[in-house]
Ligand binder design. Structure first.
Ligand code: ZN
Length: 291
């Protein structure tokens, strides 16, 4: 039988060691004692303790944002800006901000797990996300039901499905080149092709139902998705190379990343004049440098 020390138990439960000592003293949760008078706790006591703790109503409001890869970090900043704006507009005070860089298919993202831990300990009242798929690719409704059992509501700001054109790309990248046998590789790549086909059909279907309207495309081919620097000299035909940070990629890919980030942009809307767009982008670049 696993016995927890007082600090291990405190961590599992998400309370401080002094809270446990107080509960022990008050008789609310009396610890076992070793022959040398050290406190020990069992698994069963953990559930009892969760019961004691959860008698308090969940209180916290948490923002959760995610992007799939490091190259999309500007998109992460936009998501957070968008979520903060949304919360402020509803008069909600944010207690904590959590974000991950990782695939929606990966259920071991560090801060996603932290979020689940806080929810199952009954700490969170509301979690705010930009899209359902910021949390998980599959099983959102299951998660929503489960969180509700712990008194936590998920607030999805944008109810429309994520129609970003690079979604299929980001998720498939993790499968590439993993298989050791040729036969398996072939089957995996057939499987990939089928997924891509399926995804595109699905996207086209969704696209016709929930068109988000045009996004302001000003400077999307000149803007660096990594550092944010805007310069016509960043672009050379089909290739993009940032003159400030050296970030390099295909010009179309860069424009797609920038367009995707604009979907969540609250400052740059489709009606923002192009001069103003450049002003905003360069201002953000300066702010980023200052940090
Ligand atoms: Zn750059």
């Amino acid at each position: 039988m696993k016995l927890y020390t007082v600090s291990e138990f405190a961590e599992r439960l998400g309370v401080s060691v002094s809270t446990l000592r107080a509960w022990d003293k008050e008789g609310r949760l009396v610890a076992l004692r070793t022959p040398t008078n050290k406190r020990r706790y069992t698994e069963e006591m953990l559930y009892r303790a969760l019961g004691i703790k959860n008698r308090q109503e969940p209180k916290k409001i948490v923002l959760y944002a995610r992007v799939s890869s490091a190259v999309q970090k500007p998109d992460l900043e936009n998501q957070l800006r968008y979520l903060k704006e949304f919360a402020a507009g509803k008069g909600l005070t944010i207690d904590e901000i959590l974000s991950d860089v990782g695939s929606a298919l990966n259920y071991k993202r560090k801060n996603f797990l932290k979020l689940c831990g806080m929810i199952t300990r009954g700490e969170i009242k509301t979690v705010i996300v930009a899209h359902k798929d910021r949390l998980v690719r599959f099983g959102f409704e299951f998660l929503e039901d489960l969180f509700a059992k712990f008194g936590c509501e998920i607030l999805v700001v944008n109810k429309a499905e994520d129609i970003s054109p690079i979604v299929a790309y980001e998720d498939l990248a993790i499968l590439r080149g993993k298989a050791k046998s040729k036969g398996l590789s072939r089957r995996v790549s057939n499987w990939q092709r089928n997924i891509i086909k399926e995804r595109l059909e699905y996207k086209n279907h969704v696209y016709s139902v929930t068109d988000p309207g045009p996004v302001n495309a000003a400077y999307t081919s000149q803007q660096c998705p990594q550092c944010g620097w805007v310069d016509s000299g960043n672009r050379h035909g089909d290739t993009f190379k940032c003159r400030k940070c050296g970030f390099a990629a295909g010009a179309d890919h860069v424009a797609a990343l920038n367009l995707k980030a604009r979907l969540f942009d609250v400052e740059i809307t489709r009606y923002t004049p192009y001069r103003k767009v450049k002003e905003i982008l360069l201002q953000r670049y300066q702010q980023k440098q200052a940090r």
